[in-house]
Design a protein. Structure first.
Ligand SMILES: Nc1nc2c(ncn2[C@@H]2O[C@H](COP(=O)(O)OP(=O)(O)OP(=O)(O)O)[C@@H](O)[C@H]2O)c(=O)[nH]1
Ligand SMILES: [Mg+2]
Length: 446
């Protein structure tokens, strides 16, 4: 799977910096190294050298690292030139490599080559991008765990279990002797039950990882003037939204991303949900319903003095099924802490004051509890929507395989489909379009 062309890119972020790294990978690396440095550096040793242009003028001086194939990140010959991190210097170094026959690397192309060379599987390759993008220490730790292969090992173990169960089952299909059948069926049932338990465990850990990566969409909704915008400001610790005593202040949805214990919360403040003749406000209300439909968690804000009203029940009725709701009774500072009623139908209720900040910790705890943080994000490995969906697909097929009364051929087919779903995670049978999609989101030089 050797690539004929040689790729080059500046691997460090553009702009001023102490160090800037040019990275080159492919068969022309030895020739490029010789032309730029005068000689190919000793493999895997840091060599101080002069980086020169076509007229033998000095571009920069720095460390050169040469990794001959196959012992490199991409599995190809790789050269890294660590020069000074100036825009002009890096541009000259890159231009020189391009003039010597390299072409500009596409985003993620180095990692794609590493994947194609079998240095990383797909889940690990994605973890490279996630580690780079990680916005919190927890997210970085879980991406590092995935990169190191923990997620892939769990998936591989599942696949191995599936292969074994399939082999056993398919062998018995070939020898359908009467007395074997009862035993075979019960063994397969036990296999499927065990695999189902494992896939659920991995799915839980992956969901927690996805949460760290993608965060949670939290929508503040409720009647006008109950203090939705004040709550957003309190959560953000900043005057993000306009607050006035006039009902109908907020029109456009206002989005703000905050971090809660490392989990990104994408909080949307919306227009108070009421019937109105004001054309602008009406559009705002429409947008509020739209935001509500896409929420992962809804914070239904109420005025604690009045509690849940008929209009709030109408809002609850329109929250999509399965989306958790927290009833946030606001303005408790106004001394009307009547009854601290529990939430409607299992919704949790918290009592806060956006004005004084009282109860805000309860609110944060309630959101985190709903985020499914319960089994702690500590053990999570970085995962993406794609992975969680593949795991869910595998689980569904395993559940199908466990259906009582299903013929052995159909059980075998469900197991095959479960394995296929899992294979898409590590890329054992990755389709080309999937690869293009994944690697195009990387930064250039990685
Ligand atoms: N005493 C008290 N007043 C509050 C509290 N929270 C909000 N307010 C006041 O209630 C009024 C409305 O607050 P907003 O945050 O604008 O309410 P909203 O729900 O965003 O209103 P709309 O955007 O019109 O739907 C303002 O006068 C706030 O100062 C609170 O906890 N205590
Ligand atoms: Mg508002």
């Amino acid at each position: 799977m050797a690539n004929a062309d040689t790729i080059a890119a500046t691997a460090t972020a553009p702009g001023r910096g102490g160090i800037g790294v040019l990275r080159v990978s492919g068969p022309r690396v030895p020739a490029i190294a010789e032309a730029m440095l005068g000689a190919c550096p000793r493999p895997r040793h840091a060599t101080l050298g002069d980086f020169r242009d076509a007229d033998d003028r000095l571009i920069d001086q720095g460390l050169a690292l040469y990794f001959p194939a196959p012992h490199s990140y991409t599995g190809e010959d790789v050269l890294e030139l660590q020069g000074h991190g100036g825009v002009a210097v890096q541009r000259l170094l890159l231009a020189r490599a391009l003039a010597l026959g390299a072409r500009l690397a596409e985003p993620g192309e180095f990692t794609k080559r590493a994947f194609l060379a079998g240095k990383l599987d797909l889940a690990q390759a994605e973890a490279v991008a996630d580690l780079i993008d990680a916005a919190s220490a927890q997210a970085a730790r879980s991406a590092a765990r995935s990169l190191e292969g923990e997620f892939s090992r769990r998936v591989d173990a599942l696949v191995a279990g599936l292969v074994e169960a399939r082999m056993y089952l398919e062998a018995t299909l070939d020898f359908p002797e009467e007395e074997l059948e009862g035993h075979a069926a019960s063994r397969t049932r036990a296999d499927v039950a065990a695999l189902l338990g494992q896939v659920r465990d991995v799915e839980r850990a992956a969901s927690a990882g996805r949460l760290l990566r993608e965060g949670l969409r939290v929508v503040l909704a409720g009647q006008p003037n109950v203090g939705k915008s004040s709550l957003l400001n309190r959560l953000a610790g900043d005057e993000v939204a306009i607050v006035t005593a006039l009902p109908g202040t907020t029109r456009d949805p206002i989005r703000e991303t905050l971090s809660l214990e490392g989990i990104p919360l994408h909080v949307t403040d919306t227009a108070g949900l009421r019937e109105t003749t004001d054309a602008v406000e009406r559009i705002g209300v429409e947008k509020a319903w739209g935001a509500l439909a896409k929420a992962d968690v809804v914070l239904l804000v109420l005025d604690a003095r009045e509690g849940r009203r008929v209009a709030d029940r109408a809002v609850l009725a329109r929250v999509p099924a399965g989306v958790p709701v927290v009833e946030v009774h606001n303005k408790i500072d106004l001394g009307c802490e009547a009854a601290r009623v529990p939430g409607e139908e299992g919704a949790s209720a918290v009592f806060v004051s956006a004005l004084t900040g009282e109860g805000m910790d309860d609110l944060k705890r309630a959101v985190l509890a709903l985020a499914g943080r319960v089994p702690s994000t500590e053990g999570a490995f970085m995962a993406r929507e794609r992975h969680v969906r593949a795991l869910a697909r595998a689980r569904t097929h395993l559940e199908g395989a466990g259906e009582p009364g299903l013929g052995p051929e159909l059980v075998a087919e469900e197991l095959r489909l479960a394995q296929e779903a899992l294979n898409t995670i590590t890329g054992a049978f990755g389709a080309d379009d999937l690869l293009g999609e994944i690697f195009s989101r990387f930064c250039i030089g990685k």
